[in-house]
Design a protein around this ligand. Structure first.
Ligand code: SF4
Length: 362
């Protein structure tokens, strides 16, 4: 197969019977080794307030919910980070709702803590992480402006934002019809700006939210185009929608196991001539995760021994021992990586300050 076209991808996404096995074996040709990576992290939700309202979201809370995390204090975060250090975690994954400071309650908290805006707060939290712990910050908090990304780059080893899908049609469906931040134009702009700023980056697609196979193909090709321009995409996540009781889309079907297989194969073959990893979250595919390794996936993403996956709260991560066992059972070897991939640990991508920090870690 030469450079992959949209028609090639559609052929994979609609494959049946022996065709699927054929494409599966095709992915093996491009595997350079038998290593499957993961990053030992702690997931810290800085705020559960979000300006969007996605139909599949189980994370966002209403500002008047007494249980909601409005804004974590530095002391709370430092205590979480110190706990993570005890477990040998190396990544501090800060994930939170987008533009939470559009809500007055968040603005008041920021003022109380001595900050003028969300970006000042996030940068200070990341700086504290670098100064007082051995963990590397990885921020994933929705769209950011170019200027905000420029500041975040100084205090993050890597960052991330799911493209989810490149189709504007999904803005009319329950998944995104109340989420202005899920406009693919905005997300592509954020991911491209991260590329211009040379920020090692994670992105991916979400399947099962009402998209067509054509739209999956377009989304993978959009990510590939961005990668070809900037080279900053270190991994592409293929994430399956998981219905959770209580969410707006609780009665939607999840994507079939075969559709996940087809999409992981398609992602692998789109990026076959690159060193971009293909990641499948093991906690969303408890009984089936191993098969994706046979479809080209080579990364499990962030896995925490100390915190839950707050975005998928009903899907606990497997223990590291369990992950090792299921990886080996499929014929591969589990190996730990940092949140920033090895190839980006150099002066082209990182400030001297971050390079020193990473050198001290190893
Ligand atoms: S999925 Fe993310 S962007 Fe959408 S409402 Fe939830 S927290 Fe906000």
């Amino acid at each position: 197969m030469q450079s992959i076209t949209k028609d090639d991808i559609l052929e994979i996404l609609t494959a049946t019977d022996k065709e699927i096995i054929k494409f599966m074996s095709e992915t093996a040709k491009y595997r350079e080794n038998n290593l499957i990576t993961f990053s030992k992290n702690i997931f810290i939700p800085l705020t559960e307030i979000c300006r969007n309202d996605c139909g599949y979201c189980n994370f966002k809370k209403n500002p008047d919910d007494p249980q909601a995390i409005i804004l974590k204090t530095k002391e709370e975060i430092l205590s979480d980070l110190k706990e993570a250090e005890k477990y040998g975690c190396k990544e501090a994954m800060f994930a939170f709702g987008e533009d939470a400071d559009e809500e007055e309650i968040v603005r008041l908290k920021l003022k109380e803590y001595g900050y003028d805006n969300m970006i000042d707060y996030i940068c200070d939290i990341c700086q504290m992480t670098l100064d007082e712990t051995s963990l590397l910050p990885h921020t994933n908090g929705g769209n950011f402006s170019y200027d905000a990304l420029k500041r975040l780059k100084e205090v993050n080893a890597s960052m991330g934002l799911m493209l989810e899908n490149s189709s504007k049609r999904l803005m009319e469906l329950p998944a995104h019809n109340k989420s202005p931040g899920k406009n693919p134009d905005l997300r592509i702009e954020t991911i491209e700006n991260a590329g211009k700023l040379k920020i090692p980056y994670t992105t991916g697609i979400l399947i099962g939210i009402g998209e067509t196979k054509e739209e999956i193909a377009d989304s993978l090709l959009t990510i590939k185009d961005i990668y070809d321009k900037y080279g900053h995409i270190q991994e592409v996540i293929i994430q399956n929608f998981t219905p959770i009781p209580g969410i707006e889309m609780e009665n939607w079907s999840e994507p079939s196991f075969l559709d996940m297989i087809r999409t992981v194969i398609a992602g692998t073959l789109v990026f076959k001539d690159t060193d971009v990893s293909i990641q499948v979250p093991p906690n969303l595919n408890n009984d089936t995760a191993q098969i994706f390794l046979l479809c080209g996936a080579d990364d499990w993403g962030g896995v925490s021994p100390v915190s839950p996956d707050f975005v998928n709260i009903t899907s606990p991560w497997p223990g590291i021992d369990e992950l090792e066992q299921l990886t080996e059972d499929a014929g591969f070897e589990l190996t730990e990586r940092l949140c920033i991939y090895e190839k980006y640990i150099n002066e082209e991508w990182l400030s001297d300050y971050l390079l020193d920090k990473i050198a001290n870690l190893s």
